[in-house]
Design a protein around this ligand. Structure first.
Ligand code: TSJ
Length: 649
């Protein structure tokens, strides 16, 4: 089709208008926004942009557009445009309104019309542009159909005027500008990085699409990123490995795909020398964070391919056990993308693909294509099998080490570590354990604590960098073992959150480089071997003060340089008084009472909760921080103050 029907005509015969169903008014969306976009926090806010962009991506997938631009403008107004056919403007019989008006004012209208391209519509699982409109203070749409320019404005979901022709044009495309409603969203400031990551993911998943994202909020040159990946998910794997600086084990990124009547499937994978696996799966371009049938099928096939190939080529001997899933996944980075009609998203966050036919589809494709790849590339096959062999040996060693530890602790009278100063309470709600580096700080902490609910575990010996070691080495480590036994919940496959002995696990280390190192090592350990503990929000970081300011009998503790400056001005406004400022270099400089007052007393302290919002991002960060290529060290912990501190100690 060459151009769109005009406003005054009514020739929308190419799609069925009865598809547009009037389900509910937009007031329902404004009343209960969470029902439609998940939350009114940052996630929900950013979802608005995804929804709009996804509509343009659908137009590109339908083959009518090759360029999409997304701009964040001053005032956090978002403008998204494409060079597609333009949302149809013809009058709809059913409503007597232009189709574009219906798209923005009738719930569930979006994505219902148009054929082919819309089957794979993603977004907020396709909630539609009307939801974005309902949750915007205002939204403006401009459609160009090669003849006319059309314009309409809405405020909080209601049209301000009818759709109008504003001029003639030879352009084609759709442009949307909107301002999220501050009455709805807790915060209306966009995070460029979040939008960039999501749009980049979409650019990888839709090879060849050209997405340009820019941030024009600051005066001066805007930040602009062009996202166009002709390699698709192969480029995605390459990007993940380059970004995390992992060392790959083979040059080729293995890639295969299959189109069937049940749906389409595509996989790209490559092994690296780390001990972790990064597997990202998608269904209809929606990230399935909790996996599902496509992931299950992929894993099952990979295990079978490696076992069959290794047996056939005598790389696994008769006496050897088969590889387990975890063996063949060690060091694997894989993207699995499937497209299907009627995708079923399951689970609490709808992050899991449920369609059973997809498991078989991905499994047989992966088995066939990987078997062929191995036959044709024996050198790479050998490298991958060696990796799985080394993983399986480490798994066996870890099992032996674990059994040894169990036997040992069964013989000992008390299986708790000798250095642990336990608390009196035995529940795992009110209790806390402070993990403290060094003996002197451990001593102060023991002296200062409230023993009813606070336990202290001083750390000793040489720390293991778990990023460069597997489970078997952890079992032998004299520094980590007391942590594991004190927490009581095991690790790795044996991890059991219900056995956790303390509600809060607080890492307390100095504010200097060494302290930062021990903190990072412990966090890496918890992330790699006790991930559910991190996910459930049990890990905290203590914040000791940096300065003590004394004027006569008045004492202030400052936790930042800014706070110090403020107290200096407060305590010494005329600049004449005698003011003593002590800089704490380490926890060891504080006596028991000071440590309690500043860092351990729940009434006064600040502790930072460590949370995990994005496992893939966290994996990358830990790989960068603790891998052997130690270069960039960025802030990596998402922190929330547990308690706003009472500043007058
Ligand atoms: F989300 C949205 F609706 F606001 C939106 C839609 C936002 C953006 C940036 C672009 C779009 C959009 C929609 N771009 N292109 C289209 N295409 C159609 O809506 C369209 C055009 C023609 C036909 C047809 O069958 O002739 C069908 C459709 C669905």
């Amino acid at each position: 089709m060459e151009h769109n029907p005009e406003l005054e005509q009514n020739n929308l015969d190419h799609y069925d208008e009865s598809d547009i169903q009037v389900l509910e008014g937009l007031e329902a969306v404004r009343k209960r926004p969470g029902m439609y976009i998940g939350s009114t926090g940052p996630r929900g806010l950013h979802h608005l942009v995804y929804e709009i962009v996804d509509n343009a991506i659908d137009e590109a997938l339908a083959g009518y557009c090759d360029k999409i631009e997304a701009k964040i403008c001053p005032g956090d107004i978002v403008v998204v445009s494409d060079n597609g056919r333009g949302i149809p403007v013809g009058i709809q019989q059913q409503t007597g309104l232009p189709a574009v008006t219906v798209v923005f004012t009738v719930l569930h209208a979006g994505g219902k019309f148009g054929g082919g391209g819309y089957n794979y519509s993603g977004g907020l699982h396709g909630v539609g542009a009307s939801v974005v409109n309902a949750l915007s203070e205002w939204l403006e749409v401009e459609v160009c159909d090669g003849k006319h320019r059309y314009y309409q404005r809405f405020e909080r979901g209601t049209q301000v005027d009818d759709l109008a022709i504003t001029g003639e044009t030879t352009d084609v495309g759709t442009k949307i500008a909107f301002k999220p409603d501050p009455e709805i969203f807790e915060e209306t400031v966009f995070d460029y990085q979040i939008l960039l990551n999501r749009l980049r993911e979409q650019a990888f998943l839709n090879a060849g699409i050209n997405i340009i994202i820019s941030d024009e909020r600051e005066s001066g040159d805007p930040i602009v990123t062009q996202l166009k990946y002709d390699g698709g998910i192969v480029s995605f794997v390459d990007h993940l490995h380059k970004k995390s600086q992992k060392t790959v084990l083979h040059e080729d990124i293995i890639h295969f795909s299959s189109k069937t009547d049940k749906g389409d499937a595509e996989v790209a994978l490559q092994y690296n020398d780390s001990y972790n696996s990064v597997m990202l799966s998608f269904a209809n371009n929606i990230h399935t964070a909790d996996g599902g049938t496509h992931e299950t099928g992929f894993k099952a096939a990979m295990t079978r391919v490696l076992n069959d190939y290794a047996r056939k080529n005598n790389l696994l001997k008769e006496k050897d056990d088969n590889f387990k899933g975890e063996d063949v996944q060690e060091g694997l980075t894989a993207i699995i993308s499937v497209k299907l009609q009627n995708a079923q998203f399951e689970g609490q966050t709808k992050g899991k693909l449920g369609n059973t036919e997809i498991r078989t589809l991905v499994e047989s494709m992966t088995y066939d294509k990987m078997s062929t790849y191995f036959e044709e590339n024996p050198a790479t096959a050998k490298i991958i099998i060696e990796k799985a062999l080394s993983a399986s040996r480490a798994r066996e060693a870890a099992k032996k080490a674990r059994d040894m530890t169990r036997r040992k602790s069964a013989l000992e009278s008390s299986s708790l570590p000798g250095k642990l100063a336990d608390c009196i309470n035995k529940d795992n709600v009110t209790t806390e354990i402070y993990i403290v580096e060094g003996d002197s700080a451990g001593g102060s902490a023991k002296g200062g604590r409230d023993r009813t609910f606070q336990a202290i575990l001083p750390l000793w010996g040489k720390m293991l960098n778990v990023e460069k070691s597997r489970l078997d080495r952890v079992y032998g480590n004299d520094k980590l073992m007391p942590v594991i036994t004190a927490l009581g919940c095991g690790m790795g496959d044996d991890f059991d959150l219900t056995k956790l002995r303390y509600g809060k696990v607080i890492i307390m280390a100095d504010a200097d480089v060494d302290g930062s190192h021990i903190r990072t090592l412990l966090l890496t350990f918890f992330f790699r071997f006790m991930k559910p503990l991190v996910e459930a929000g049990h890990i905290y970081i203590a914040q000791p003060p940096l300065y003590r300011l004394i004027k006569g009998k008045q004492i202030r503790y400052a936790y930042t340089d800014r706070e110090r400056d403020r107290y200096m001005a407060e305590l010494n406004p005329d600049g004449n008084s005698k003011l003593e400022i002590q800089r704490y270099k380490g926890l060891g400089e504080m006596d028991s009472e000071q440590l309690w007052d500043t860092t351990m007393n729940p009434e006064n302290r600040i502790i930072l909760q460590v949370t995990l919002s994005d496992a893939a991002a966290a994996d990358e960060i830990f790989t960068i921080l603790m891998g052997d290529k130690v270069q960039p060290r960025r802030e990596f912990i998402e922190q929330n103050a547990d308690k706003v501190r009472n500043l007058d100690v």
